[in-house]
Design a protein around this ligand. Structure first.
Ligand code: SAH
Length: 358
């Protein structure tokens, strides 16, 4: 048993069952044993592969997207570019290479990377040390980031934020908790139902056994970002796997070595995530006064922002890489790969024109 697992068990023994949100936070971010806190999980030798790790074109398209939004809003001064959860720094590296082509934007840029993991931060520092712009790090997104126009990118970040689950029973909706049984971690329902106001109206009549998932931290964060975009200008582009219609039920999953694992087995050794509820993020952003575009399927978004033309250019410059480029585009846009499951959502100031790709 890992040190983290015994620590979680001791916590439950002492204070009683913990929420799934609390379990996720411990399993992902515990400073000693948390999944992200202790490793670089990406790539074929790791646990999963993300869009920027598949092809440089993903970051290039996102960089161009920011430049277009900046241009469309009459080129606001002193832009700040923030990335949430930058992983290995690959996306930011590709984005900044693209942005260098526009010195008027690039020379006044400040970059902030929001990263909880000291291990990944170290990798990002190394990757971006010659980027030519001031880069600083923060462990979280907060109000100190509200004083400039904000361009924000978040790829596969929101899926890692903690969720809560509620299960419909004959008593009402009860929260699913993590508890101990015979010294094993197991799920169990809280005996007392939650107030029905916590459950959206259109789901209250669901049959017994139905599961409702909510990500309060994700919605709160989307609201904070949107308030800054609405007030200062800029734009946020959230890309992730998730759903764009209500009611998919439970989506919490664990992944290790590119396969699904048991959520409660070996906490800290597998990546925990949940599908992103894009409509909830959109609603939170609108509530903060921003304009929302999408969610759009990632495949449609990337095609509309011109990924095919970019691939052709790269192939002409380097014919030897043609096969790799074609395979990369396929993985990003093909319906049976990342084209449909992944979505893009844009948060813009009120009155800003429609951003590219929507
Ligand atoms: N965007 C990258 C990495 C995605 S994995 C890519 O596409 O390759 C999730 C990233 O978010 C990791 O860098 C992880 O350490 C970070 N992260 C997860 N939860 C976080 C939190 N609550 N606060 C800050 N960073 C977090």
């Amino acid at each position: 048993m890992s040190v983290l697992e015994s620590r979680i068990k001791a916590l439950i023994a002492a204070q009683g069952p913990i929420s799934i949100a609390q379990f996720m936070t411990q399993a992902l971010h515990d400073p000693q044993g948390g999944y992200y806190a202790t490793r670089d999980p990406f790539g074929s030798g790791g646990d999963f592969t993300t869009a920027p790790e598949i092809s440089q074109m993903f970051g290039e398209m996102l960089g161009l997207w920011c430049l277009q939004a900046w241009h469309d809003q009459d080129r606001p001064k002193n832009p700040r570019l923030i990335e949430l959860g930058p992983g290995r720094g690959t996306l930011m590296n590709d984005v900044l290479r693209t942005m260098r082509s526009l010195p008027e934007f690039f020379e006044r840029l400040e970059v902030v990377l929001v990263e909880a993991s000291p291990v990944l931060r170290g990798i990002q520092e190394e990757k971006l040390k010659n980027s030519g712009v001031p880069v600083r790090w923060s462990t979280h997104f907060d109000a100190t980031l509200s004083d400039r126009p904000l361009f924000l990118l978040a790829n596969e970040f929101f899926d890692a934020l903690p969720i809560r689950q509620f299960v419909k029973t004959e008593r009402g909706w009860c929260e699913r908790m993590v508890t101990l049984k015979d010294d094993r971690l197991v799920f169990a329902l809280a005996p007392v139902p939650v107030p029905s106001a916590l459950i959206p109206l259109d789901r209250r009549d669901a049959p017994d056994g139905a599961v409702f998932e909510t990500a309060p931290a994700a919605s709160a964060l989307a609201g904070e970002i949107a308030a800054i975009v609405a007030r200062r200008g800029g734009g946020a582009l959230i890309t992730d796997y998730g759903y764009d219609a209500p009611g998919p039920g439970e989506t919490l999953q664990a992944v290790a070595s590119h396969s699904f694992a048991d959520v409660l087995d070996d906490p800290g050794e597998s990546d925990l995530s949940a599908h992103v509820d894009f409509l909830a993020l959109a609603a939170a952003a609108r509530h903060s006064g921003a304009q929302v575009f999408g969610p759009r399927k990632q495949g449609d978004f990337l095609v509309d922002v011109g990924i095919a033309g970019r691939a052709e250019k790269l192939m002409a410059a380097n014919p030897g890489a043609a096969q790799t480029l074609v395979v990369g585009v396929e993985r990003l846009i093909a319906p049976e790969q990342m084209g449909i499951l992944f979505k893009a959502l844009a948060v813009m100031p009120g009155g800003a024109p429609k951003p590219p790709g929507f």
